[in-house]
Design a binder for this molecule. Structure first.
Ligand SMILES: NC(=O)C1=CN([C@@H]2O[C@H](COP(=O)(O)OP(=O)(O)OC[C@H]3O[C@@H](n4cnc5c(N)ncnc54)[C@H](O)[C@@H]3O)[C@@H](O)[C@H]2O)[C@H](O)CC1
Ligand SMILES: [K+]
Length: 210
């Protein structure tokens, strides 16, 4: 049984790694996204048109980062920015700038949700802290209704990381790639139902010993 932790424990490990050990957050983000890219290429090799739906934080930052990595790997990637640009995290902003150089479309329209071969859920990760409302709720519902499989980044958006409960509405993922350790919420019956196949990406550089 692999170890499972809470959002607070994960944040502690991340902050310790970044602020005490000194591995930059962007390095962790790149390494998390490389693990995510590898899982996507392994599990969905046929997917050519991949739409990444990004929230405003670092879960969205992972999404923008993997959009670039997948384009370099020969995929056609499109980002849908679901978050408020005024709330973009520093890392999210940096990843969006990189996507500009790689000419990756960053849209606010939703029609590529229905035409994609694969959807990447990068809306919310361990930072979710309240009920999901519009516009996110309707975007999540549209993603769940689409024909494409969904791979969730770290935690299916809308699922409480610690309890597995649905915060209003949540992504029903085929696969979830969660970073460093599994999350307690994804070991619950409900969490597993929404996470689908869980892959723990455990070598992305976070210093995680107590
Ligand atoms: N070592 C690692 O595991 C790393 C993980 N990374 C990724 O970072 C996210 C956590 O990022 P964070 O910015 O803290 O939060 P989120 O992106 O999950 O949430 C974004 C943002 O959304 C706001 N918010 C929360 N709940 C709601 C809601 N219901 N409605 C609207 N908005 C909401 C809140 O303000 C949050 O700030 C982690 O999951 C990984 O994907 C890093 O990449 C690096 C290493
Ligand atoms: K997510």
């Amino acid at each position: 049984m692999t170890k499972a932790i809470t959002a607070a424990q994960m944040k502690h490990y991340d902050q310790y790694t970044i602020n005490t050990i000194g591995i930059p957050s962007m390095v962790l983000m790149e390494r998390a996204s490389l693990a995510l890219r590898d899982e996507i290429l392994k599990q969905y090799p046929q997917a050519q048109n991949i739409t990444i739906v990004a929230g405003s934080g670092n879960n969205g930052g992972d999404g923008l980062c993997v959009a670039r990595l997948l384009q370099i790997a020969g995929k056609h990637t499109t980002v849908i920015e679901a978050g408020n640009p005024n709330h973009f995290s520093e890392e999210h902003r940096a990843q969006a700038k990189t996507c500009d150089y790689y000419r990756i479309p960053q849209l606010t329209t939703l029609d590529t949700i229905d035409s994609a071969d694969l959807l990447v859920d990068a809306i919310f990760g361990i930072g979710i802290d309240r009920e999901v409302r519009d516009p996110y709720a309707s975007i999540i519902n549209q993603m769940n209704a689409a024909s494409a499989p969904i791979i969730a980044v770290d935690v299916p958006s809308g699922i409480n990381t610690d309890t597995g409960e649905v915060l209003g509405t949540a992504i029903k993922a085929d696969t979830t790639v969660t970073f460093t350790f599994n999350k307690i919420g994804l070991t619950t019956k409900n969490g597993q139902q929404y996470a689908g196949r869980i892959v723990v990406a455990d070598d992305m550089g976070t210093y995680a010993t107590d």
